[in-house]
Design a protein around this ligand. Structure first.
Ligand code: AMP
Length: 380
């Protein structure tokens, strides 16, 4: 199955090719045609399954086609998601997939000053990605009207309820136009969620994909507690001792990615860093070298690693533990593809321990703890 056969427009296909996506994920395969037909969707899918593109692509296509030289842009697509991180990721996806279509989007979330967000809204947007609190806040101040909404997405509905947003969600639904298309996504479908979905959707088609946790189960995961200062030595030791090739190393920051890559190069381990400060060309070149096995280690930030799909990746290393638990699942999902056994090592320093708790909650299991070979006594 290719993206072409999903009836996506040429500008979207071009953007997808540039993202390095070659084929749709199961949720995309199932949901995109239904959304393009204008039907409501009840999607049972977690982050990491490609669900963002599953709704962003058809939304971009529908809005792009409906936008014949509008006089003034009004918000026609609304995506509500529980956390600031998810909101930013979704907005980034609209940016990436929508780079060749004439659809303007912006993102709003709490915890930061509202003025830049208000300014962006005043310039006019077609798609708004929002967390519930800030959305209601700006609505009550008169900066946002939902009366022209044609497409509404409620993302991560179960988490939304867990986080206590039920009343906010109900207030939102109450002001949405009755005639609209709604897409509802949740990782789990307990009765409370099914009931909420019933109040939002009209004759929905249900789309379900295998939960990420079962994908994660095929990956051999190990957690290693290590002081921050020793992480570099541990990485080198891990690679050399296990003769690992094709290792994808994740860092949280661009600077961190460069630092790790430099340290590896000093040890004659061929590596490159990819992150947002590198040109698209440089990133593509590094990726090609990695795919061709010309370099052994690719050090990447999460954003830069999007769309990386390398066959038989031996191992993923979380040099730093992500503070968003879903990111862990994204990262380690890069290994062990298509039934091949994959390995994922996570280097955890003291301050990162709380993140591990969140991750274990999300994946529903404890990550086995391994000892760092650096500090283990030689065997006699
Ligand atoms: P999501 O579940 O939407 O958070 O997406 C998970 C990750 O998969 C993101 O990093 C996307 O960039 C990536 N992704 C989504 N769709 C595809 C695809 N068809 N091919 C390769 N990567 C994809």
């Amino acid at each position: 199955m290719t993206f072409d056969s999903l009836q996506l427009s040429a500008p979207l296909l071009k953007a997808l090719a540039e993202e390095g996506y070659t084929q749709p994920t199961p949720i995309q395969e199932q949901a995109i045609p239904i959304i393009l037909q204008g039907r409501d969707v009840l999607g049972c899918a977690q982050t990491g399954t490609g669900k963002t593109a599953a709704f962003a692509l058809p939304i971009l296509q529908r809005l792009d086609q409906g936008l014949n030289a509008p006089k003034k842009r009004v918000i026609k697509g609304l995506i509500v998601t529980p956390t600031r991180e998810l909101a930013i990721q979704i907005d980034d996806s609209f940016k990436a997939y929508g780079r060749y279509v004439n659809v303007r989007h912006t993102v709003i979330f709490g915890g930061v000053g509202q003025q830049p967000q208000v300014d962006a809204l005043k310039r006019g947007v077609d798609v708004l990605v929002a967390t519930p609190g800030r959305l209601l806040d700006l609505m009550s101040q008169g900066y946002i009207s939902l009366k022209d909404i044609e497409l509404f997405v409620l993302d991560e509905a179960d988490r939304m309820l867990d986080m206590g947003f039920i009343h906010d969600v109900k207030r939102l639904i109450a002001v949405l136009p009755a005639k609209r298309q709604s897409l509802f996504f949740s990782a789990t479908m307990p009765p409370s969620i099914v009931k909420l979905a019933g109040t939002i959707l009209t004759k929905p088609l249900q789309v379900t994909v295998t939960p990420v946790s079962s994908t994660v189960e095929t990956i051999d995961q190990m957690l290693i507690y290590v002081e921050k200062i020793d992480k570099g030595a541990l990485l080198i030791d891990l690679i050399e001792r296990n003769k690992l090739d094709s290792v994808l190393v994740f860092t949280r920051t661009k600077h961190g990615a460069d630092k790790v890559s430099k340290a590896l190069s000093k040890r004659k381990i061929r590596s490159e860093a990819i992150h947002g400060n590198k040109s698209q060309n440089a990133r593509q070149r590094a990726l090609t070298q990695f795919k061709n096995r010309q370099i052994q280690v690719l050090v990447a930030t999460d954003i830069a690693a999007r769309g990386i799909d390398v066959d038989s990746l031996a191992c993923v290393v979380n040099y730093e533990i992500p503070n968003v638990p879903e990111t862990y699942v994204h990262r380690i999902g890069r290994t062990g593809r298509a039934g091949a056994a994959g390995k994922a090592f996570s280097f955890c320093e003291t301050t990162e321990k709380p993140y591990i708790k969140d991750i274990e909650k999300l994946i529903g299991r404890k990550i086995p703890v391994g000892s760092s070979s650096l500090f283990s006594q030689p065997q006699h």
